[in-house]
Structure formats: structure tokens, C-alpha cells
Design a protein around this ligand. Structure first.
Ligand code: ADP
Ligand code: ASP
Ligand code: MG
Length: 441
């Protein structure tokens, strides 16, 4: 009944070649359900704003009960009430600017304990049997990377028993447990990943991600009112959008969905309109040059000034950062001058103090003349599978930014994405201009 799988070998900047993407492992999945086939199993995930008050939790309970009455078995994953995870992080930081990571995970996982209990109570109150479970109770086993743990296995025994008994199963998102029973969390937005992983393990017919917008838009509708809702988007494009800041889906959830071919439907908690389906790429998609514009203000830029330009330098700088599980996104090494160069890279803002401490420690070894840090940056990206077959996207992007007098500090590209780092103050303006140039015109 215990099933292990690994989602490895994929790095933010690298696209998995199609040949390496296995279809869903039906053989493994059928073992999970004890020979019982849950043809009508739906996994639904409700985000923080959807469960942000008692009235909203009652609204979610009514939706879940309706799905059950319609003949579905339902597993629900919930996030903490909106603002709660931030509140808990701030409490820890009142005690220590760099809190112990194990204890921080014990603390910030409590937000979801509140909402699973409240939703189960609300379901029972309207006559729908329900049962709540925390990550360790259904044994969502992860590695031990506190704050960004990866799901390795899920023991579905209790979930299957509850489903067979006619109950709705309410599982706490965002959390798991490592092999030594330490509580772990999956990273911000991680309830999406909990939901898609459960849908993959349980072979659900779909994973519905309920949120506060009506689906995936061509850009964040809160920044750009002209943004259009997409009826469907390919897994690859969604991976790029998620990795470049479109927080409507957490990136690892999309990686899971792609790897295990989980049908994912992103839709609104507050209306019944059809949302956006994540699908395999089809021919019609390459006609569209750019399908989305994304913005990420959660990165910080670190520059090591005038380091010697010699073999082994990058390994000395980035080795210890990787050992600390910090994801480095963009890297730029300037042209060599007098045998020295500037090395600039970006890391998640939440990790920048940790990265700084590591880099400062290695200063004598890397012989840098100084360190500069900039937390007021934004990464703005355009994404589209059409870029594989059409040239000139970068030129239009740079011309558009030049017209807006936006200075580009860093550039990175992949087969279907171009990203630039700019001053955070100009990011909304840049997003709107790029959306106008590529999508709305
Ligand atoms: P939840 O709490 O439901 O998980 P999130 O706040 O994590 O919701 O994600 C939903 C938000 O994502 C939206 O309110 C929207 O502002 C933002 N967003 C960013 N880019 C996009 C996009 N391309 N399409 C839709 N929403 C987006
Ligand atoms: N509560 C967690 C967060 O705020 C997980 C989630 O909402 O998906 O990041
Ligand atoms: Mg979210």
C-alpha cells in the first residue's frame, strides 16, 4: 500500500525532453486502491482566500457536499486561512531573524490543522460525513529539506478506508513528515502540490484547484485588467509560468501533474464558470507566440565583486549554497577585467540572508573584494511554446522595455521563455506593456 515515487532530475532552467516524461504509471497506481477502482474520485484543493473566514469555510463545505451528492468520492486539500502562514512566520522571526528550520516547520504547519478541522466540522454540520487528517496521519512522507520538502510517498490506507465508508476526506495541505517523523513543509503555495500528488497517487479522475480567480490568465489579472482567461494551457507553459512567478499554481504541483498525467482544472471558488485545464501540448498551441507574462518579486540579487576569473571559482561559490538547499535561479558572470570578474546571481528572497551568510563565510576562499545585495528587483518573463518555431520575441521584448525606459539588469532564456531582471518599482508597468505588445494587440 505504501507507494514511493521520485520527482527528480528537473531543474528550473531545464526543460525535460519529451522522451524522458513517463506517462502515468497505471500499474503502480492500481496497487494503491486495493483493487477498488475510484472512477469518480475527485481531489479538490481550496486555497487560503477560499477558507479565509467561517462563512467562506461554510461555502466550501456546501460545494464539497454538492460534489459528493453528484456521485463523486471527494478528497479535499485545504490551505491555512489567508494571512495565517505569514502571521506564523512573523511570530518566529520576532524570536530569531533566521529561525531554526525544524521548529519553524512545526509552527507554520499549524495553519492547515485549523482549516481541516473547521471544514470537517462544517461538512458534518450539513449532514455530510467527513474526517480530517494531518500530513503525518496519512503519512505524506517527504525528504528532510525543511521549508521546501519534496513528497516521496503517500500511504493511502486511511484515505481509502474513509472513502469506502462514504466519508469526505479532508487532508491538510503544505505538510508532510520525514522518515524520522519530523514535520516538514513543502514551500509557499505547497498545498497545490499536496493536492496534485494525492490525485496522482489515488488515480483521481481530476484535481480541481479552487482559488480566488477564474483560472489561469495571460497575466496576473490583478496587475493587468486586460488579462484574458485561458481555456487550456500546456503543462510545459504552466511550468514556466509557475517558475517565473504566476503563483496561481505552485511549480512542483505542475511537475507532478505533467509527470503523472493528472488532469488539473484551475477554477474559482466563488463561481461555477469553467476554468483552465492543464493539458498536453497540441498543434494549435504553437500558433500563439506568447501565451503568458509573469512577474516574480520574490527574488533577491547578490553580487560578488571582483572575484578572480579562474577555474573552480563558480564551484566554490555555488557548492555550499546548493548544499544548503538554496535554489539559485539566474547567474551572470561579467567579462573579465584584470583577471577579475563580478559574479551576480539571484536566490529566493526568503533565502537571501542564509545565502549571504554562506557567501560571507567563503569570502576569504573566493577572494571577493565585496558583496552587494539588492532585494528590490523583479523578474518579468514572457512564456509561449510558439517561441520554439518563431524568432524575434526577444527583440520585441527588449524594444518594448526600452520604450518604457526600463533598464534590464539580467537576462535568461529557455526554449519557451525569456526572463529579465528589472527594478521592482517598474515591474507592473513592464508587465502591462509586454502584455499589450504580445497578447492584447
Ligand atoms: P490560493 O490562496 O487560492 O492558493 P494564490 O494567491 O496562491 O491563491 O494564487 C492565486 C493568485 O495568483 C491570484 O489571485 C492572482 O493574483 C495570482 N496570479 C498570478 N499570475 C496569475 C495568472 N497568470 N493567472 C491567474 N492568477 C494569477
Ligand atoms: N499556507 C501555505 C502558504 O501560505 C500553503 C498554501 O497556501 O498553499 O504558503
Ligand atoms: Mg496558492
Amino acid at each position: 500500500m505504501l507507494l514511493r515515487f521520485a520527482l527528480h532530475g528537473w531543474h528550473r532552467c531545464v526543460r525535460i525532453p519529451q522522451s524522458k516524461c513517463r506517462p502515468a504509471d497505471q500499474n503502480l497506481k492500481s496497487k494503491i486502491v486495493h483493487g477498488v477502482r475510484f472512477l469518480a474520485l475527485l481531489v479538490q484543493k481550496y486555497g487560503g482566500t477560499s477558507v479565509g473566514s467561517i462563512d467562506k469555510i461554510k461555502n466550501v463545505a456546501a460545494k464539497v457536499a454538492a460534489a459528493k451528492r453528484a456521485g463523486n468520492d471527494v478528497v479535499v486539500v485545504v490551505s491555512a486561512m489567508s494571512g495565517e502562514t505569514n502571521r506564523l512566520i512573523a511570530l518566529a522571526q520576532e524570536i530569531s531573524p533566521l529561525p531554526d528550520e525544524r521548529e519553524k516547520d512545526v509552527l507554520i504547519s499549524t495553519g492547515e490543522q485549523v482549516t481541516v478541522a473547521l471544514l470537517s466540522l462544517a461538512l458534518k454540520e450539513i449532514g455530510q460525513p467527513a474526517r480530517s487528517y494531518l500530513g503525518h496521519q496519512v503519512r505524506i512522507e517527504t525528504d528532510n529539506a525543511y521549508g521546501k520538502a519534496r513528497i516521496l510517498s503517500i500511504d493511502s490506507t486511511k484515505i481509502v478506508e474513509a472513502i469506502k465508508a462514504g466519508e469526505v476526506v479532508v487532508v491538510a495541505g503544505f505538510q508532510g513528515v520525514d522518515e524520522n517523523d519530523n514535520i516538514t513543509t513543502l514551500g509557499r503555495g505547497g498545498s497545490d502540490t499536496s493536492a496534485v500528488a494525492l490525485a496522482a497517487f489515488l488515480n483521481a479522475k481530476a484535481c480541481e484547484i479552487y482559488t480566488d480567480v477564474e483560472g489561469v490568465f495571460t497575466t496576473d489579472p490583478r496587475i493587468c485588467p486586460q488579462a484574458k482567461k485561458l481555456g487550456k494551457i500546456s503543462y510545459d507553459e504552466m511550468i514556466e509560468l509557475a517558475s517565473t512567478g504566476a503563483k496561481v499554481l505552485e511549480i512542483r504541483s505542475v511537475e507532478f501533474a505533467k509527470k503523472y498525467s493528472v488532469p488539473v482544472h484551475v477554477r474559482s471558488t466563488f463561481s461555477d464558470v469553467e476554468g483552465t485545464w492543464l493539458v498536453e501540448e497540441d498543434d494549435s498551441m504553437s500558433d500563439v507566440l506568447v501565451s503568458g507574462v509573469a512577474c516574480d518579486k520574490n527574488e533577491a540579487k547578490i553580487t560578488l565583486v571582483r572575484v578572480p576569473d579562474e577555474p573552480g571559482l563558480a564551484a566554490r561559490i555555488f557548492g555550499p549554497i546548493a548544499d544548503a538547499h538554496i535554489v539559485v535561479d539566474m547567474i551572470i558572470q561579467n567579462a573579465s577585467e584584470d583577471g577579475t570578474t563580478d559574479m551576480t546571481f539571484t536566490v529566493p528572497k526568503a533565502d537571501h540572508q542564509k545565502a549571504l551568510a554562506i557567501v560571507e563565510k567563503s569570502l576569504p576562499e573566493v577572494h571577493a573584494k565585496g558583496i552587494r545585495v539588492d532585494t528590490e528587483i523583479a523578474k518579468v518573463s514572457v512564456v509561449g511554446v510558439g517561441m520554439r518555431t518563431h524568432a524575434g520575441v526577444a527583440a520585441i521584448m527588449f524594444q518594448t522595455l526600452a520604450r518604457e525606459k526600463v533598464n534590464i539588469q539580467m537576462i535568461s532564456t529557455s526554449e519557451i521563455k525569456i526572463s529579465v531582471v528589472i527594478d521592482a518599482k517598474q515591474s507592473d508597468q513592464a508587465v502591462r506593456a509586454l502584455h499589450q505588445a504580445f497578447i492584447a494587440n
